[in-house]
Design a protein around this ligand. Structure first.
Ligand code: SAJ
Length: 417
């Protein structure tokens, strides 16, 4: 094979797709038999990969397999497995170590190994390389080793793998050049950097930048509410500045598997130097506090109308972490719901992408009909602006509404965060 992709998720599959479309012979290695069966059966479980895309890939020779020996028959091996946090909020590299150990058992001379998983600077050199060299082959001499961060943004209609510049750092300059040439076969722009750490750090910078800027506007939302200043307007006004300003919006908290997670990989590295990365730790504290702030705002809104949270019905609109996709990872809706339940609220949720939803094991009733949910609720809480939501219904029929996304027209019944 020209390429073996390890980890067939929302990062691995777009890579396999573009490489196959470029005429490369591609095989996907997975540890989950259900994924292998689904893919070889033409059933995609990836938001951005349709069954038609998959059929096309299969017709182009792509196959998924549980058989690790395919790695020994692949000139290039790219590792695209998750790098979550463990229960103590520390980097969990177990998937990367497992995948790399499997590669080491099947490593052949002259191959290229690339790590794409987001991780702390030094992982490729200090964790992956020793594991790979346990094969007896030496990085830079017998095989090439590189790091190239993934920049797949699920649901993004404009940017995909082909037209998103690809940063590449190598264990040696030759490693970098071989990896850059590999990606140049199907990605428009490759951005070589001097080492694997620079490539690892670029990714962490991208997402930490996003995380701290979201925390900035979240903290501003809190004091602007007390100052009686419409921050949403100020943000739109600031965004008219044609240079040097990027718009971020307050919200009920930060979800997903990138933005809340990646900065922890950076602060973990800095702490190894013996001091905190204060910016990130403060941003995490602010973003993690937003769900309870939202609960407080619901409480104040009800109280102003002589109601208590206890016994009130709250309609939660949108429980995913991002609009228009069915991904609930780290969704702030969960801690918001938990806080409201603790105060005795009665919840229903409305979300076209989520068929059933639980909070700590308790199922939250689902209301299919937005108008009904909004009309019957004492307060409606807009947490995610799904395109499917007819916002006029919320504005017109909501008894009381708290809009955490700044998309509704404010009025005596509708309040923004
Ligand atoms: N959020 C805010 N305010 C904002 C932006 C986001 O509260 O101004 C919240 C969202 O509601 C969400 C969380 O932050 O809960 C994360 O949102 P996101 O738009 O960053 O979405 P992600 O997690 O899918 O981030 C991905 C990242 N892509 C990669 O890591 C390859 C990120 O780097 C992209 O910038 C982002 O998509 C994007 O631009 O959509």
């Amino acid at each position: 094979y020209d390429l073996a992709v390890i980890g067939l998720g929302y990062v691995g599959m777009p890579l396999a797709k573009e490489a196959t479309a470029a005429g490369l012979r591609v095989v996907g290695y997975e540890v989950d038999p259900r994924k292998v069966d689904a893919l070889n059966g033409g059933r995609s479980y990836i938001d951005d990969l349709t069954d038609a895309d998959l059929e096309h890939m299969l017709a182009g020779g792509f196959r998924a397999t549980l058989d690790e020996s395919v790695l020994a028959q692949s000139r290039t091996i790219v590792i695209c497995v998750p790098t979550p946090l463990d229960d103590d909020h520390r980097p969990d590299l177990s998937a990367v170590e497992g995948a790399t150990a499997t590669v080491a058992k099947n490593l052949t001379a002259g191959s290229l190994v690339v790590l794409e998983s987001t991780t702390w600077p030094g992982t490729t050199d200090e964790v992956a390389r020793p594991l790979l060299e346990s094969s007896g082959l030496v990085a830079g001499r017998d095989f090439h080793l590189a790091f190239s961060p993934e920049r797949i943004d699920p649901g993004n209609p404009k940017f995909g793998l082909r037209n998103t510049p690809k940063v590449v750092g190598g264990y040696t300059d030759a490693c970098r050049d071989v990896a850059a040439a590999f990606y140049a076969q199907f990605i428009e722009q490759v951005v070589p950097v001097s080492g694997t750490r620079e490539a690892e750090m670029a990714k962490l910078l991208e997402n930490t930048y996003r995380h701290v800027n979201i925390a900035l506007v979240n903290e501003m939302a809190i004091f602007c509410d007390e100052l009686g200043i419409n921050l949403w307007e100020s943000i739109e006004a600031a965004a008219t500045k044609p240079f040097g300003f990027q718009k971020f919006l307050p919200g009920p908290g930060v979800g997903g598997h990138c933005i809340p997670v990646d900065p922890s990989y950076l602060s973990y590295t800095v702490r190894k130097l013996g001091y905190p990365f204060r910016f990130v730790e403060l941003a995490q504290e602010i973003n993690e506090r937003m769900p309870s702030y939202v609960v407080t705002r619901v409480q104040r809104l009800l109280n102003r109308h002589k109601k208590a949270v206890n016994g009130s019905r709250v309609a939660l609109l949108g429980v995913t972490y991002k609009p228009d996709i069915a991904d609930e990872r780290e969704t702030p809706a969960l801690p918001v719901a938990r806080g409201l339940l603790e105060l005795g609220a009665e919840l229903v949720f409305v979300d076209p992408h989520v068929k059933q939803w639980q909070v700590d094991g308790t199922a939250v009733p689902r209301e299919e009909n937005l108008a009904k949910a909004v009309a019957e609720a004492d307060v409606t809480l807009l947490l995610q602006q799904h395109g499917a939501f007819d916002l006029a219904i919320v504005e017109d029929h909501g008894k009381l509404v708290l809009d955490t996304r700044g998309v509704l027209a404010e009025g005596e019944r509708v309040e923004r965060l």
